[in-house]
Ligand binder design. Structure first.
Ligand code: AN7
Length: 373
């Protein structure tokens, strides 16, 4: 029997285009190129609010559970589907890693050629592996992300290619579905605070658009405050000026001149929110806390949102009982080198039961002391 994925009785998730087509710029003629992205878990925190000393209802929207391991798939399914509808043969993007992984995957499904420009030596291994495996033409640029994006814009003037960066409006349209899911997962309400990392600023733009659409359609009766965090060495929006040499361990958001700068500021101001910065140390600490107390492994850029919640908690920012959703934009497995660099090194033992027991007994004792200070 064939499963009718459009049937309201079907439990099968059809991907974000089929699920939310009435809110998206698609028609019956749009070919749907999907890996069944979306429907990611909204995981309630079990430990971090207590650890941060606050009484809030905290959730993690784990976008690392998308097919290529990041939120980019929501926008990419639509951007590639529309490119296919328009007859594009070649798609191109600049990327700090996740966009290139997603573009390469969806383009391969659509039978298109993808070309990705990445800052040489500055993208996480997992992301590079993905772009290579999906058969993208991978070009490592001697420059940063901002240089890559500038080159992509220039390239599109010279060749008939479709740009699938978030300057492509279909990317924003697809990504706004993250807001729809959150409202539905919270039982028909938005969070009070929506916290996320900000790099090129497409995502904060998209989420804000999604919430506003649900609000104007009467599906929710209020709007959240949008709270963005940039890495301190790459915080152009916070500082109010372009950063020529952005620096941060969170390579995904190592961006000095965000394309959606203006709409990010609009999302902040219209929602009564904030865009602030967190240091690399705060990001690293938050990434470890998230993994070791919540069982959720997110990449460094994603942990910027959790570092931000910790920072605002210290300042007494959140009212008691506030509902806070943190977007965990990418999976921790994307950047194994960074994880191995910051986590405790594995122990080594001879292949002897006494040696193993001795080692384990000491390690377990140390863990117990650590968790009961
Ligand atoms: C994990 O892949 O810009 O503010 O080229 O990969 O919408 O840019 C990635 C960005 C946050 C920032 N978290 O989102 C790219 C790219 C992760 C990311 C961001 C990115 P935007």
């Amino acid at each position: 029997m064939e499963i009718d994925i459009e049937s309201p009785h079907s439990a099968a998730w059809p991907g974000i285009i089929q699920r939310y087509k009435r809110y998206l710029p698609v028609t019956a003629d749009t070919p749907v190129i999907t890996l069944l992205e979306g429907n990611t878990p909204l995981i309630p925190a079990v430990s971090l609010p207590r650890l941060f000393g606050v009484d809030i209802e905290l959730y993690f929207k784990f976008e690392g559970m998308n097919p290529t391991g990041s939120f980019k798939d929501r926008g990419m399914t639509l951007a590639i589907s529309k490119a296919a509808e328009e007859g594009a043969e070649i798609v191109v993007c600049a990327s700090t890693g996740n966009t290139s992984a997603s573009a390469a995957a969806y383009a391969s499904r659509a039978g298109m050629i993808s070309t990705v420009l990445i800052p040489r030596g500055n993208i996480a291994q997992g992301k590079l592996a993905q772009a290579m495996m999906h058969g993208a033409v991978v070009v490592q640029i001697d420059g940063n992300f901002d240089d890559c994006l500038r080159l992509v814009r220039a390239l599109a003037e010279e060749r008939p290619v479709a740009i699938v960066n978030s300057i492509n409006p279909y990317r924003i349209e697809g990504q706004k579905t993250g807001s729809f899911e959150i409202c539905q997962q919270l039982g028909g309400r938005p969070p009070d605070y929506h916290v996320l990392p900000v790099g090129n600023a497409g995502n904060i733009t998209a989420y804000w658009k999604g919430y506003r659409e649900f609000f104007y359609n009467g599906l929710i009766d209020r709007l959240p405050r949008m709270i963005g965090f940039q890495a301190a060495g790459s915080a152009p929006i916070v500082r109010g000026m372009r950063i020529d040499k952005p620096e941060t361990v969170a390579t995904a958001i190592k961006i000095g001149d965000p394309a959606s700068w203006k709409s990010a500021v609009a999302a902040r101001d219209e929602s009564g929110g904030l865009i602030e910065e967190v240091t690399d140390d705060e990001i690293t600490h938050a990434q470890k806390l998230l993994a070791s107390y919540e069982g959720v492994f997110a990449e460094p850029a994603s942990a910027a949102s959790v570092a931000g919640v910790a920072k605002l908690s210290r300042k007494g920012f959140f009212p008691k009982g506030a509902c806070v959703v943190c977007i965990l934009t990418g999976h921790g497995l994307k950047d194994p080198e960074r994880a191995i660099a910051i986590a405790e090194a594995p122990a080594r033992s001879s292949a002897n039961i006494h040696a193993v027991l001795d080692l384990l007994d000491r390690a377990v004792e140390a863990r117990k002391r650590h968790s009961n200070p």
